[in-house]
Design a protein around this ligand. Sequence first.
Ligand code: SER
Length: 595
Amino acid sequence: MTANDLRRKYIEFFLSRNHKEIAGRSLIPENDPTVLFTTAGMHPLVPFILGEPHPAGKRLTDFQKCIRTGDIEAVGDPSHLTFFEMLGNWSLGDYFKKEAITMSYEFLTSPEWLGISPDIVSVTVFAGEADIPKDDESAGVWRSLGIPEERIYFLPRSDNWWGPAGETGPCGPDTEMFIDTGRKACGPDCRPGCSCGKYFEVWNDVFMEYNKQADGSYKKMDRRCVDTGMGIERTAAILQGKKSVYDIEVFRPIIAAIQQVSGKSYGSNEQIDMSVRIISDHVRASVFILGDENGIVPSNLGQGYILRRLIRRAIRHGRKLGIEGQFLKEPAKAVISIYKAVYPELERREAVILDELAKEEDRFLLTLRKGEAEFEKLLPNLLKNPQKIIPGRVAFRLYDTYGFPIEITEELARENGMTIDRKGFDEAFEKHQEISKAGAEKSFKGGLADNSEMVKRLHTATHLLHQALRRVLGTHVQQKGSNITAERLRFDFSHTAPMSPEEIKAVENMVNDQIAGDLPVSMSIMSLEEAQKDGALAFFGDKYSDQVKVYTMGDFSKEVCGGPHAEHTGELGRFVIQKEQSSSAGVRRIRAVLE
Ligand code: SER
């Protein structure tokens, strides 16, 4: 069963269980500053788990592209990837543990669906702690389905608890499903959750049944939700009898392209194979980030920085394979051709993807050349050191000033019979990290979005701003991105020239007039077609499901959006544009606050 078959079967199964299919969303979360990338299928659904009605109903299913870079060092082992696809089904106040687990079990083991032998399925459930009881209910359901006691593991919070990312909010125990790959156990303590590769986690059913209070206590919720996530690559590996996600069919053409450009064959030498797998993963992730509807390009900040790290790490492993010049184009084209039928945005953005990869390769190769030249200059002096140790601060300066990766300094040192004071380097590096936390990745777990009043108000102000920009600058203005924190909103839109001070004032005044007018904010659910006929703004065409929510603010603004929003514009306060600047070619960025 290929990844494509699995994706189709999953959706088909949940459709047959009265779920509605909804479209997956962008990899770049909108209006959620708690994570840089969409890290789980549930992430775009957080507002609905928190209580917003979903236009498609209470039982949903979808597939979602995800990025997690928290385990980037483990990429290349049998189960870790930075980019992956997650299948999911949701109950928004509808079914709960019994139905969710029963459906999971049926889909996994029924010959009509995946047909995995029940004998190799193990599960984990929450063991309980001080004020939260053990999840006997889930364990009971597993038992009733025939999973024997010795394959039901009760594990603590670190394994079987989900959310909230912040201090308060919905959270609950989860139950995870593992498949025994048949590998030898790594020791007597080897169990599901062990990283040795014997057990593959394929599915996680999360039961949001508590609301964590500000005083740290847990309150049971009346409206309970289920959030499940099944990794496509891991499950496909199991179904194909493979011991590694890199052995499934989607990686074959990518690996072939890397073999072709490097002249190295895969499968003969573990070190070479590791580099090939890391390149495959990083190229696939980079193509999806560059090809996203809200496409990101390499930079030194936020998502752009992660993208840069992925591309540069791929290039470094390319050098390990003996590749000197540019080489990412062919593997990237392989990724696009495998996925374009399911993710048409990749084909639409193919030129941008290939161009940005080539530019980043050029930039990094230049950096490497400059760093190497600098190293050569320093070398005679360094060689005078009788211990043949390169001081950490010298290695750090190469890194900090020239962007020269420490691993390459180490390589050059080795070639010249020297070592690096790695401790000194790490100390200098940590100090630098503390100073420049800004570009760092914030959180890798599926953050529960900030749903505070301030965020709602800024979200409402964003709609007013969008409409005001269209009235003042023209209807060519389209939303290109939006990011809201509790302090400010940031809005990217298509417009080629910088705004004049008069234009900025006019937009600001127009938004403030709407706030003074205290317009009611109302929501209705309709099909996307109706919404567009009705004149609602909707710019992310392909990622909406059939039924959408349309938020209307008086006669002024009408826009398709997930919400949530303030109830009246009068609640917003005074709207102030703090900055207007370029974001990328043809895109301007506004930063604004509510005072
Ligand atoms: N949120 C859970 C996960 O990511 C289930 O979707 O594993």
